[in-house]
Write a protein that binds this ligand. Structure first.
Ligand SMILES: CC(C)(COP(=O)(O)OP(=O)(O)OC[C@H]1O[C@@H](n2cnc3c(N)ncnc32)[C@H](O)[C@@H]1OP(=O)(O)O)[C@@H](O)C(=O)NCCC(=O)NCCS
Length: 274
């Protein structure tokens, strides 16, 4: 059966391609060497590996084709390096599968909240999620993130958000996405399994209508012991919402980020859900 017939998600197709490239001891060892050394020429790799030159070049070509390895320079001065984002993607994708195994499934049921429908996001919501996120990034009220996101990037992000850390969307009656909320892993150490961080974004023209309130209520119902967040002290609607939901101030990181040439403080808040 061909891979296309299996109807893998775009994230799944990419993960399979990377796993195929890595599923060879010589290629795996090349990746390990490049990770240790940061960069190497083929001659330096040949000194370390008991491989015929043609086979070394075949392996390097396969790793380049997969995107795991990049190059700079030419001829004998061509250096091979690892593309760390690619390995990070694979690690995150596999971790998402692990989380799904431990998922608290059944907790994310679509629900109606004050005329809004709240449901788990799908890949088809990626473009709307990116648009709403980009409004929040541009407004400089919500996040230290400054790079706008694309639908493709959000689709890959959705693909690695395991069911234990779902992304929810709030939609109007006609299905338009008006806001989204996501649970984010706080720390991969098992001891932190019961605490979760979250993100909350409402479309600019839909703010102040209770959508953030409904999404936050839904996120609070997903079975964690505690939720934490970091917010700017200037984010009055956000702080009003969090205080109304019973979040309390843990402390303030002074001058935690630099946005548009100005220092920004961030307030850390928490809520024990019990
Ligand atoms: C923060 C955010 C998620 C809240 O969602 P929302 O749908 O607008 O929130 P709600 O309508 O449920 O509630 C907002 C509360 O803030 C209040 N509020 C709105 N504008 C305000 C302002 N300028 N000053 C003070 N309070 C304000 C509202 O009155 C409401 O409180 P109330 O219900 O007690 O009256 C939304 O504004 C948003 O997406 N902002 C940009 C992204 C962001 O800041 N995300 C959070 C990052 S920490």
């Amino acid at each position: 059966m061909k891979q296309g017939e299996l109807a893998l998600s775009p994230g799944g197709v990419r993960a399979v391609g990377l796993l195929r490239a890595l599923a060879n001891p010589a290629r795996f060892r090349i990746v390990e060497l490049l990770a240790e050394r940061k960069d190497c020429t083929s001659a330096q790799l040949a000194e370390e590996l008991p491989l015929a030159q043609s086979s070394l070049f075949d392996h390097l070509a396969a790793l380049r084709e997969s995107g795991i390895v990049g190059t700079s320079g030419e001829g004998p001065h061509r250096y091979y390096t690892i593309e760390p984002d690619v390995l990070d993607f694979l690690a995150a994708y596999l971790s998402g599968l692990g989380q799904r195994t431990r998922s608290w499934s059944g907790l994310v049921a679509a629900r109606e909240e004050g005329g809004m429908r709240i449901r788990e996001a799908t890949a088809a919501d990626a473009a709307a999620i990116a648009t709403i996120y980009n409004e929040g990034i541009a407004d400089r009220v919500a996040t230290l993130e400054t790079e706008p996101r694309t639908a493709e990037e959000r689709a890959a992000w959705l693909a690695v958000h395991g069911a234990r850390y779902p992304v929810l969307v709030a939609t109007d009656a006609d299905g338009t996405v008006a806001g989204w909320g996501a649970l984010n892993q706080f720390n991969p150490r098992p001891a932190y399994d019961h605490v979760v961080d979250f993100s909350l974004y409402v479309a600019r023209e839909r703010r102040g209508q209770g959508i953030g309130d409904a999404l936050l209520r839904a996120l609070e119902g997903l079975g964690f012991h505690k939720m934490v967040l970091a917010a700017f002290p200037t984010n009055k609607p956000g702080l009003r919402l969090y205080e109304r939901h019973g979040f309390t101030l843990v402390g303030i990181y002074r001058e935690q980020g630099m946005l548009d040439g100005r220092w920004v403080d961030t307030m850390v808040m928490e809520k024990l859900l019990g």
